[in-house]
Write a protein that binds this ligand. Structure first.
Ligand code: UD1
Length: 428
């Protein structure tokens, strides 16, 4: 099994250019099933989840190819509306296909994606939204079929601003008869990117980025070209890593406006951040200061997807910080691993109490999920000595070659495939 071997203690220095956002690309790829002609999507990150999504599109009868960062999908001959269970179980994001397939074929069958490492991850809000548009939902075991002769626009209020439910409802409503409004919609930038993509295909969607999205149904959606927005979570990961290693890193091709809550928290921790259009310099020359209270919440608040990474910086800061997680239960699996590296973190219900220590020490740790894995890599880069991170397939779901991302900035990090290579890495 592959692992990452990190020799820590070197400040990260240099420049890095941002990849496209996985969480924007996945729903956009699902939405491409709606077009009655080929669509071209650029700046798609070369990640396993993207390839699983392309496999699913092919299994549904679409032609889908990826060359470099450019994906072409032609779903005009799409024929199937059942997502194979084997592919569905590989990636939770396959639920994004519910809305588009229901709109395209009047029917869709999926298999419950089930829970995952960071919590239960229900889909009741997705189903409630589709039902409100007129879909009949039949659940048999873990098989769910939604069908509707004609989708009808509706006023839908979400109990919680779920990102996925907002996106699924948008993608179904673009071809519904009449007007749909989604109240208490999620406001994440990825939803704005989906709105732009849908509108480029001919949809009429307004309001993404606010808590009310309005969709006027259209008959047809056509070919278009689109470029995916930069990945704000990868950018945030690099910002925290720069600060935690007391380095100086310049990020190119970022959208600072998508990272305001992160910039605010890092500045409170004493990190220097300079912004010039889409370029951001992050410098953490001094030991960070504790941040009294950070609460993860839906956008524009501090993102749950950066909670684990930020905890590494807090673990190294001066004083006591509190991190409250309100989006996913069970998202503190990295805490035991960080404590094994010398951190002093105690969890009580959904809050972590982090007493900063002057340094972390290398250890053998395990990535339990995508962002927890990224946090352990940052901890390894900042720690004294060698860290080995196991179960890195989780990390590969969201970072295109994380070892290259950090080694271009001077981090000593290598991927090893076997025990033998692990020994070779010991000479680096
Ligand atoms: C998306 C992101 C993920 C991020 C999350 C929150 C993608 C591919 N993934 O996930 O990286 O961590 O937003 O920013 O974009 N919930 C329900 N019922 C539902 C749907 C959600 O109760 O029908 C709950 C979930 O269990 C969770 C919370 O709502 O506690 C947030 O989930 P949601 O916003 O839907 O996240 P995802 O779209 O799954």
């Amino acid at each position: 099994m592959e692992k990452l071997v990190i020799e820590g203690g070197r400040p990260l220095q240099g420049r890095a250019r941002m990849e496209g956002a996985k969480n924007a690309a996945l729903p956009i790829l699902a939405a491409s099933m709606l077009a009655e002609g080929p669509v071209g999507i650029d700046n798609v990150p070369d990640l396993l989840d993207i390839h699983v999504m392309l496999d699913i599109l092919r299994s549904l009868g679409a032609a889908a190819s990826m060359e470099g960062r450019k994906v072409c999908v032609d779903a005009s001959k799409g024929f199937a509306s059942e997502i194979p269970e084997a592919l569905m179980s590989k990636m939770r994001s396959s639920i994004f296909l519910m809305g588009p397939l229901l709109a395209k074929f009047g029917e869709v069958t999926i298999y419950q994606p089930g829970g995952c490492a960071i919590g239960e991850r229900k889909i009741d809000l997705h189903l409630m939204g589709l039902e409100a548009l007129g879909a009949k939902i039949v659940e048999q075991g873990n098989r769910i079929t939604c069908s509707a002769k004609r989708l009808m626009g509706a006023d839908i209020t979400l109990d919680f601003p779920s990102v996925g439910a907002t996106e699924n409802i948008m993608m179904a409503a673009v071809k519904a008869e009449g007007i749909t409004t989604i109240s208490n919609a999620a406001r994440e930038p990825e939803i704005g990117d989906l709105q732009q993509f849908l509108n480029r295909m001919g949809a009429k969607v307004i309001g993404a980025g606010t808590d009310t999205i309005t969709i006027e149904g259209v008959e047809r959606l056509a070919s278009c070209e689109h470029r995916v927005i930069p990945d704000r979570i990868v950018a945030g990961t690099l910002m925290v890593a720069a600060a935690a290693t007391r380095g100086n890193v310049t990020l190119e091709g970022v959208v600072p406006g998508h990272l305001l809550s992160v910039i605010h928290v890092l500045r409170r921790a004493g990190v220097q951040i300079a912004i010039d259009d889409d370029i951001m310099n992050v410098s953490g020359a001094r030991r960070p200061i504790a941040v009294e209270r950070i609460v993860t919440s839906p956008y524009p608040a501090f993102p749950t997807d950066l909670q684990a990474q930020m905890m590494v910086l807090l673990a190294l800061s001066e004083g006591l910080s509190v991190m409250k997680e309100t989006v996913f239960e069970g998202r503190f699996k990295h805490v035991d691993e960080l404590n094994a590296m010398g951190a002093d973190i105690r969890v009580d219900l959904n809050s972590a109490f982090i007493r900063g220590v002057p340094r972390l020490y290398g250890a053998h740790v395990e990535a339990t999920d995508l962002r927890a894995g990224a946090a352990l890599v940052i901890a390894g880069l900042a720690a004294n000595g060698r860290t080995v991170v196991d179960h890195i397939h989780h990390i590969d779901r969201g970072y295109v070659s994380i070892e290259k991302l950090f080694s271009q900035l001077g981090g000593q990090i290598e991927r090893t495939a076997s025990v033998q290579q692990d020994r070779m890495a010991s000479s680096m």
